[in-house]
Design a protein around this ligand. Sequence first.
Ligand SMILES: [Zn+2]
Length: 391
Amino acid sequence: METAFLYSDEFAKFDYGKTHPLKTFRLKLTYELINAYGLLSLPGTRCVEAKMAEEEDILSFHDKDYIEILRASGRGIAPPGASYFGLGPGDNPVFKGLLDWSKLVTGASLQAAGMVDSGQAAIAFNISGGLHHAMAERASGFCYVNDPVIAIMSLLKKGRRVAYVDIDAHHGDGVQEAFYGTDRVLTLSMHETGKMLFPGTGFENETGEGEGKGYSVNVPMPPYSDDELFVYAFTEVVPPLIRKFSPDVVVSQLGVDSFRSDPLTHLNYTNNGYCEVIKKIKELSPKWVALGGGGYDIANVAKAWTLAWAIMNDRKIPDAIPEDFLSSHPREGFESKRLRDDLYREESRGKEMRREEVKRVIDYIREEVFPLVGDKPKNAVNVGHTERKTL
Ligand SMILES: [Zn+2]
């Protein structure tokens, strides 16, 4: 099987600022750990240099005025009116090369989608992508340009049916909003409940509208949920819906800010549960565009995405992190010297309350959403369905 890993040394040159939790260095760290395991020189595996997207691609989702503000912000100084577009001190800082960063991330996601769609690769992984909060005219949650939406739109233009699976700790609100009224994209987001966490949306009753009714699926998880609840909820909801929908391509956002040690969220997953879910996504995906996402404990990020990439390539890799890597990264949080986290399973009264809440959400989705998702599009003559006229 052919796989492609999208990467550029340029990723880590962009800087959100010293105190900002999103460190682009985590991408370089991940690349180096994957490389230390020899996972970029396997037969059938390619490392592909990421290239910037064209502005026309970005305009397929974002407003022109907003792009102009991003361009004007590229010198690292906020232009007048920037705050109206969500830019400024805080979550979405203005920094040098802001538009170039967004173009590079988006370009890599488009390359991943293109390679998978054309059959050059069965799986393509863009660890810089998955910036799922960006809205058409507004930056949000560290995201300026919504690369998942733009990658999905490039597949829709070719008539593909796309399922989007988002396991970041935060709700994939920008992607949901983009496709809320269509049945051509099934969006599934599993995240910490919006009662506790940004962006405050993603409740089970957000199920789409009009022709899209039933095609937006949300599994809000209680804070402190562990691997067992994560894998349980995923297994009950995602595989049955994907099988019913029968996509041509799965696009996934594989954020790792849901882990116990992540400083920004309250979920208690480990990379053990994460790997179980990654394996399930792999089984469900006829073709797979894998994107990165959140993750603010940078050692976690590197370990989890290395494990994910090994699964994508059907490789079992040793738990002991290669010595060369450890000696060149003495201060980045690899003290355990192991790739896999300790198992963690909560046993308490709180756990039972959380289990009940997860069951309630699953029952709601079974009743309200499952009957609405079919395996054939209702509007088969939509513009863009050029290659699937028979549906
Ligand atoms: Zn997140």
